[in-house]
Design a protein around this ligand. Structure first.
Ligand SMILES: *[C@@H]1O[C@H](CO)[C@@H](O)[C@H](O)[C@H]1NC(C)=O
Ligand SMILES: *[C@@H]1O[C@H](CO)[C@@H](O)[C@H](O)[C@H]1NC(C)=O
Ligand SMILES: *[C@@H]1O[C@H](CO)[C@@H](O)[C@H](O)[C@H]1NC(C)=O
Ligand SMILES: *[C@@H]1O[C@H](CO)[C@@H](O)[C@H](O)[C@H]1NC(C)=O
Ligand SMILES: *[C@@H]1O[C@H](CO)[C@@H](O)[C@H](O)[C@H]1NC(C)=O
Ligand SMILES: *[C@@H]1O[C@H](CO)[C@@H](O)[C@H](O)[C@H]1NC(C)=O
Ligand SMILES: *[C@@H]1O[C@H](CO)[C@@H](O)[C@H](O)[C@H]1NC(C)=O
Length: 654
């Protein structure tokens, strides 16, 4: 054995010495490893030269997709309290077009950060290339209320050892190897980060790295660790400080007060990055697998004349989606065992819905973690959960929507209609419009000319109903005439007002009476309730005065109960498919195919606050009436959140 130990290093050394090309290839150095140092990942990212062809391609697509963006004119000056997210869209594109970049990474990151800082998760340039790694420190943060000391503080999650252990030795072994004691961080109080007050530093991350949500308080919760459902299982998100998909930070220096000492200590915590992209061997394979456009990057022409009829069936046909994108789902860590609900699940539990009867049999809980997943299972899950609650004799219903990133618009309507007993025909949604730019008008009229209905296109008229509930004909041109509007002094055009048509996709009859007295229904979350979830919560609050409680956020700061009430999102391949299928790809206004693996998604439809109002719902402030700080007992413990919320929100609870 001794001999082997002695020989092995020599063998490795000589291999290194003779495979010279590898040493020049910074991607080969990190290839095949699940974890790498951020500086080594950066070296790989920065090894691709700046390329003018890529810049023109990306900026042309980004710029022409913005022509469809319903909120473009609002961004010249967003209304209070969201004015902090104001971004000069066209000027920024112009600046990026003129900037000198030292490599492709710097260019792409600039485009990525520009759209990220609009804080509209529906409208983002997402690139696969330079989000192939998730940076991580073994110190997920959380703001906790200490009832004994009557104060808030930022802490390293008390369960960080249990959580980080689940990442495996490939991760924490690195800290052991450099003699860094990551275990003693658990539960310690953070007094400063990089010399700043911890809440100020969290604000900085919320404003510069989180994106996705207009409301600052919601972004703050995204910086902290939280429970969620990912891939059908309870998971604990590291948060945007401990687990960003951005490898530009090598380490952070914390001033930490350990429970056993009285003097704070400066501790520098290095990041260690997890590969979440496509496996590669070297620079060339990194580029081909992660950066180069592949067959799903762009849209396709669905018409049979271009190939086969089967093209049409490739397209998912469950209707409009409104959701945000959280890449940290790619390597989700489980919620450690001790924090899982102890109440047994009841019939009705699915991948995205987890249903329970709390001890005492008074309260039914439905954790609706998403409006996505399987379209039909969702409907069956709602129906069966409500049946289970009735069987158990519960009288109050608590709905948890923590970290619900949205999903199918019609499933939001479905859940609302079921709880409120609206029957199949009751309309639970909002008025909406899309933008009638010249190319959109051509798409709608070209679809009519070619008899392409909603089985082909999102732009076809029979996707929608008039505001009186009558479904539009497929050949109805809802952009002729347009509605002419003025936003921030700029003239623009939208389509006529649209209602969703959802009842056709329901597989179960919705009751015409509420299952529970609506005053005994409440919603709870961490505010990260986006898109379809935001529309659902708004309907419940406005139409039925449902109590909505939000946990966490920044102490002392107001907070919204919803995030991104935009409405339907169009991912780039879907928009491109609309353009190609209507034969308009060669139109001078049409964006070209992307040559890099990326997505320029945008908010394609606006929901309005009411049928009388022209104010987008997204810009109507909706403050949470009930706010609770997280405590050591609740921050990562869903059942403790539910029991506490039930006792606060339902007066009849013991
Ligand atoms: C720039 O990128 C394009 C598209 O990937 C490629 O065809 C071209 O060769 C690149 N130019 C340079 C100078 O590398
Ligand atoms: C970038 O600037 C050049 C030179 O002015 C111009 O030709 C090109 O169209 C611009 N590209 C975009 C995407 O705006
Ligand atoms: C036509 O269909 C083929 C595959 O069926 C696809 O590769 C091609 O990109 C399509 N053409 C257009 C213009 O969409
Ligand atoms: C709650 O319901 C379960 C199952 O029906 C029953 O076993 C239990 O005794 C009930 N608990 C109370 C407090 O009523
Ligand atoms: C609903 O409105 C549309 C458009 O104005 C109209 O054509 C249709 O007849 C109306 N339907 C009903 C039932 O009034
Ligand atoms: C909006 O303006 C266009 C001309 O740009 C006009 O044709 C159309 O009728 C106007 N729409 C309404 C509803 O006034
Ligand atoms: C619902 O509950 C409220 C408050 O407890 C009560 O005032 C109301 O009468 C109840 N409604 C029905 C239909 O039972």
């Amino acid at each position: 054995m001794k001999l082997l130990n002695f020989i092995l290093p020599i063998v490795l050394l000589s291999q290194g010495a003779f495979s010279a090309p590898d040493t020049d290839d910074p991607c080969a150095k990190i290839a095949g490893k699940s974890f790498s140092l951020p500086r080594d990942v950066q070296a790989c990212y920065k090894s691709f030269p700046f390329n003018e062809t890529i810049r023109q391609n990306v900026l042309t697509v980004v710029s022409r997709v913005f022509d469809f963006y319903t909120f473009e004119d609002f961004y010249t000056k967003l209304p209070d309290p969201f004015e902090g997210s104001t971004v000069k869209i066209r000027e920024t594109i112009d600046r990026i077009n003129k900037t000198e970049y030292s490599n492709d990474y710097h260019f792409m990151k600039d485009v990525y950060d520009f759209t990220l800082r609009m804080n509209d998760g529906h409208t983002r340039f997402l690139m696969s290339c330079y989000t192939a790694y998730q940076n991580m420190i073994p110190a997920p943060l959380i703001s906790l209320w200490d009832a004994k000391r009557q104060e808030h503080g930022v802490f390293i999650a008390p369960n960080s050892v249990e959580l980080v252990s689940l990442l495996g030795e490939a991760y924490y072994g690195y800290y052991d190897s450099i003699g860094f004691d990551w275990k003693r961080l658990a539960g310690a109080q953070v007094l400063a980060i990089e010399g700043a007050d911890p809440y100020d530093y969290v604000d900085r991350v919320a404003d510069w790295q989180t994106g996705n949500y207009l409301d600052h308080g919601v972004r703050v919760n995204s910086v902290f660790t939280s429970y969620r459902i990912s891939g059908g299982q309870f998971s604990q998100r590291l948060g945007d400080l401990a687990g960003p998909v951005d490898i530009s930070t090598a380490d952070l220096t914390f001033k930490i007060l350990f429970p056993t000492t009285t003097e704070p200590e400066d501790v520098t915590i290095p990041y260690y990055a997890n590969m979440i992209g496509t496996a590669f061997k070297d620079k060339v394979t990194f580029w081909n697998g992660n950066c180069k456009a592949d067959k799903s990057t762009n849209g396709i022409d669905l018409r049979p004349s271009n190939g086969t009829e089967s093209n049409r069936r490739d397209r998912k046909r469950f209707g409009p989606e409104a959701s945000i994108h959280d890449p940290s789902h790619m390597e989700a860590i489980a919620l450690p065992e001790p924090y899982l609900p102890t109440a047994p699940t009841v019939v009705g539990t699915t991948d995205v819905i987890k249903s329970y009867v709390l001890p005492g049999n008074q309260t039914g809980v439905m954790y609706v973690s998403s409006f996505g997943g399987d379209y039909y299972s969702f409907q069956l899950g709602v129906a069966a959960s409500m049946w289970s609650f009735q069987q158990a004799g519960v009288t109050q219903l608590l709905i948890d929507v923590s970290n619900n990133g949205g999903g199918y618009v019609c499933l939001g309507h479905f859940l609302h209609a079921w709880i409120a007993g609206l029957g199949d025909k009751g309309y639970a949604g909002f008025d909406s419009t899309n933008r009638a730019n010249p190319l959109a008008q051509k798409i709608v009229s070209s679809a009519i000319d070619q008899n392409l209905d909603s089985s082909w296109l999102f732009y076809a008229g029979n996707n929608w109903a008039f505001t009186n509930g009558t479904r539009m004909y497929p050949w109805y041109n809802y952009m002729d005439p347009t509605i002419n509007i003025t936003v921030n002094g700029k003239d623009d055009k939208t389509s006529q007002r649209l209602h969703d048509v959802c009842d056709l996709s329901y597989i179960i009859d919705i009751p015409t009476e509420p299952t529970f007295n609506l005053s005994n229904v409440a919603i709870v979350s961490n505010g990260l309730c986006s898109s379809t979830c935001a529309l659902f919560s708004t309907s419940m609050s406005e139409k039925h005065k449902t109590k909505i409680a939000v946990f966490g956020g920044k102490p002392g700061e107001e907070m919204e109960y919803r995030a991104m009430a935009g409405n339907q999102v169009m991912d780039w391949p879907d928009l491109d498919t609309e353009i190609k299928t209507t034969g308009l790809k060669s139109d001078p206004l049409a964006p070209p195919d992307l040559i890099v693996k990326a997505n320029m998604r945008h908010n394609w439809r606006t929901a309005y606050g009411s049928s009388e109002s022209s104010e987008p719902l997204a810009y109507v402030s909706a403050r949470a009436a009930y706010r609770f700080p997280y405590t050591r007992e609740t921050y990562n413990n869903p059942q403790n959140v539910w029991s506490f919320a039930a006792s606060e929100l339902f007066p009849s609870s013991e």
